[in-house]
Each structure stands twice: as structure tokens, then as C-alpha cells.
Design a protein around this ligand. Structure first.
Ligand SMILES: [Zn+2]
Ligand SMILES: [Zn+2]
Length: 451
């Protein structure tokens, strides 16, 4: 996905509603000098004019979050304190949701000028719609709670490799529905669903012992924890938009992980929040080389330098290279998402090889994908569900078991939230064992039979 989570803080649904109710007040306060109502009004007009001018200026750095023209200042309150002004909440309706922003201005030579803006959270789009029936959101929440409650119960009673698999498919397809509400990332029942599933996974990771083979846990969104008899590692752990997975939960996951493999420099795979926590715990973080162009890599570079301005704590892995870290043998297949480097890491340890494909999407890469099976036996393949030509990928890798990831990325606009139903269709022709998993679910894979 395109990077966009910059300086995000959680915005509770109730908070958003209250804030919007307050917009009508548009309180303007002044400290110090007495102002007449007319002067205050003209001050506010000048501020709004300055913001409209900012909006019309040529596109500059909006950190990939929203084009300038999408910002709506009309419903924001203006607050003036001396020569400083804050305008909030400012909404920007984007392809993936409703961004909530705060703008700061300063008065210079009697003119109000734009100073800075920051993203303070994601709003529930529906609350920004004029004349919305007040019963709509409570109804939406009740429906979601009923849906997600049944889905969770059904999935727990029918895990990936047990129970009624038809019922399980129904549950996953039903889960597609609330996740295709555009504002899903900001809705409380969705957060609770994910967090409760992640809590269950964490409790399993804390206690599970693997005698042979491998146990995997799926996290949001193409994130995985893998455990073999002697090792535990993770791929592409990401907290999700709006911190769907909490900081405490990320810590609890990382506490049991020896190495973190990150496939490529996109925010839903290489998350600054997760990487910093891994760094602070002394966990090696393996990354691809920095992309030549700026964008997200520049942002990460500025975010990730430690107190000494160093990035040495990151282990940069050249595409096509192999190595060993903390007893794990790995090979980085030289993949791409379009033109962006995407290391597809195959990790081999305790008689098992697990290959996570990141956001693989590049037809030229079949030059290596077609022959993965001649290089290694892949016990578990973890591809992104929307990878180019899944059937050909499966033919080239010939895995024993395949489990796709990256379904229902609710940080994407909903046109690119590939549903679980699609995963079933894409994998239907697979000749190997395959499973579709929800966030937080666990699967154990036995070792390959002795040849
Ligand atoms: Zn992705
Ligand atoms: Zn990506």
C-alpha cells in the first residue's frame, strides 16, 4: 500500500462524534488584547483565506496522505492565541477513509501564514456526511457486533485444520462484509475483533511448544510469527491503520521473536512503530536496500536513526543473497512489487523451510519464481493473496502447504481490500494443502514425511 501513517494517534469513535458536534460552536478565543466581534470575525476570515491559498498552492509534501485539494476547512473551528492560530478538526476525504488533521498558522507582518499541519487520526466517514440519520451509526455498530461475534465464535470452533471447513468458509466470507465498510478501520467493533484475536494468538505464542514441523500465526496484515522446535521469528509485523494492534500487543509479540524479517519499504510491512520496538528489544531487523527515490524511505530514514543518528542497527539484505542470523538460515529471493525491491525470504531451520513473499507483483520475477522448487523444498509458502499469477507461483515453488496473506487490508481503499472469498477462488486450483486464515489464527504444519 501507499505509506500514510505518519504521527497518527487513535481517535475514538465517541471523540469524533463529540468533536463534530462541537464544530458548530467555532469558538474563537483571544488571550490578552480585547477584541471586538468584528475584528475577531475578520481575523477568522483572514485565517480561512490563508488556508484556501495554501490549498491552491502547488502540490508539495503531503507525506502521501491526502492531496491539498481534498482538505475541507469549512467545518473546522478556528482558535486564535496571540499571533498563533489552530484550525481543527480539518477533514480530508481520501480513497481509504476520512483523515482528521490539525493546522497551525502564525501571524507575520500582519498576515496569517500557514505554519504546519499534522494528522491526528482517522474519522468515521459517515459522521462527516450532512443530514445523516442519527440512528445510522448505532445500527451499523450493532450489525457489526452481531456479525463479528458470530464470525469469531465460528472460526474458533472450526480452526484452519479442523472442524467444519464449509462453515469456516461461510464465516470468512461473512467477515468480508464489515471489512468492506469504508470506515472499517475507525469502527470500534473492528478494533475489538482484531485485538481479541491477537490476544488469543499472544497467549498461544507464550506457551506453545513445537516438537516437530512448524506452527504459524497470522497477524495483520501479511504479518506472521513462525515457530519451529528451537526457533521463533516474524515477518512483516505491522500494527495496522490507527494502531489496530496496540503497542502492548506488538511488544508481547516481539518478546517471543528472535528475528524480524521485513520484505520491502512500504508502511504496511516496514512499520516505524514496530521497528523501533524491535530495535529497543535488541531484535535483528532485516530490510531491503534503501530505494533510490525518496518518499517513504526518506521518511523512515529520518524516523529510524537512533540517538547517534545511526541506522547500523538495521541489517540490510541484498536481494539474491543468503545468510544466517541467530541460527536461522535465510535466502532473500530478489522480488519486486512493481519496481520496488521486495525480498521474499525463505527461512530454513529445524528441517522446515518457510517462504514469505512480501508484496510480490512483477512478471519479470518469474525468471526465479519458476525454479524455486529446484533450489529448495518449501514446506510453507506465505504469498500475498493478490500476487501476479498465483497458479504459476504455486507451480514454480511447489510448496507442501500454502497460506495467503494480505486479505482485507482495511488501510487500502476498499477496491483493493481483497476479500477472503477471493482467496478461496485463487487457491481452488492448488494441488497442495492450503488454508485461508483470519488475523490471529494459528496453524500447525507437520514435518515432511521422510523420503
Ligand atoms: Zn502490502
Ligand atoms: Zn507493498
Amino acid at each position: 500500500m501507499m505509506p500514510r501513517s505518519v504521527g497518527v494517534s487513535s481517535y475514538a469513535l465517541v471523540g469524533v462524534v463529540i468533536t463534530i458536534v462541537c464544530i458548530g460552536c467555532a469558538a474563537i478565543t483571544g488571550r490578552g488584547a480585547q477584541r471586538t466581534e468584528a475584528s475577531v470575525n475578520s481575523e477568522e476570515q483572514q485565517i480561512r483565506l490563508a488556508l484556501e491559498q495554501w490549498k491552491q498552492a502547488p502540490e508539495q509534501d503531503t507525506r502521501g496522505m491526502a492531496p491539498r485539494t481534498s482538505f475541507n476547512f469549512a467545518r473546522a473551528a478556528v482558535q486564535v492565541t496571540g499571533s498563533a492560530a489552530v484550525v481543527e478538526p480539518v477533514y480530508a476525504l481520501t480513497g481509504w477513509g476520512l483523515g482528521v488533521f490539525s493546522f497551525s498558522l502564525r501571524k507575520k507582518d500582519d498576515q496569517w501564514v500557514f505554519k504546519s499541519w499534522r494528522h491526528v487520526g482517522e474519522g468515521v466517514i459517515e459522521t462527516a456526511l450532512p443530514d445523516l440519520d442519527p440512528g445510522y451509526l448505532p445500527l451499523l455498530n450493532r450489525w457489526m457486533e452481531a456479525n463479528l461475534g458470530w464470525v469469531q465464535k465460528t472460526l474458533r470452533e472450526n480452526p484452519p485444520n479442523g472442524g467444519d471447513q464449509i462453515l469456516r468458509r461461510h464465516a470468512l466470507c461473512m467477515l468480508d462484509e464489515p471489512l468492506h465498510i469504508r470506515s472499517a478501520p475507525a469502527l470500534e467493533p473492528v478494533k475489538q475483533f482484531i485485538r481479541s484475536n491477537v490476544d488469543l494468538a499472544i497467549s498461544q505464542i507464550r506457551t506453545e511448544r513445537v516438537a516437530a514441523g512448524a506452527t504459524i500465526w497470522k497477524f495483520y496484515n501479511h504479518g506472521w510469527v513462525v515457530r519451529t522446535a528451537n526457533h521463533t521469528w516474524a515477518h512483516d509485523i505491522y500494527e495496522g491503520p490507527e494502531g489496530l494492534i496496540t503497542g502492548d500487543q506488538i511488544d508481547a509479540i516481539l518478546d517471543k521473536v528472535e528475528v524480524l524479517f521485513l520484505s520491502h519499504w512500504h508502511g504496511d510491512h516496514s512499520s516505524p512503530r514496530v521497528m523501533k520496538r524491535a530495535r529497543d528489544k535488541g531484535i535483528p531487523v532485516l530490510v531491503t536496500p534503501w530505494p533510490a527515490e525518496g518518499g517513504y524511505a526518506d521518511y523512515i530514514r529520518s524516523e529510524m536513526t537512533d540517538a547517534n543518528g545511526s541506522l547500523d542497527w538495521l541489517t540490510v539484505v541484498q536481494p539474491g543473497s543468503s545468510g544466517e542470523i541467530r541460527g536461522l538460515q535465510y535466502h532473500a529471493f530478489p522480488g519486486h512489487q512493481d519496481q520496488l525491491l521486495n525480498n521474499a525470504y525463505a527461512v530454513t531451520v529445524d528441517g522446515m523451510t518457510i517462504l514469505q513473499m512480501g508484496d510480490q507483483w512483477n512478471l519479470d520475477d518469474f525468471v526465479w519464481i519458476d525454479s524455486v522448487k529446484t533450489r529448495q523444498r518449501t514446506d510453507i509458502l506465505l504469498p500475498n493473496v493478490w500476487t501476479a499469477q498465483m497458479k504459476r507461483v504455486l507451480a514454480g515453488v511447489a510448496p507442501r502447504v500454502v497460506v495467503p496473506g494480505h486479505e482485507n487490508e482495511i488501510g487500502h481503499s476498499f477496491e483493493h481490500r481483497e476479500p477472503y472469498d477471493q482467496a478461496y477462488e485463487v487457491l481452488a486450483p492448488a494441488e497442495c494443502q492450503w488454508h485461508v486464515m483470519a488475523w490471529g489464527e494459528r496453524l500447525h504444519v507437520e514435518p515432511a514425511p521422510q523420503q
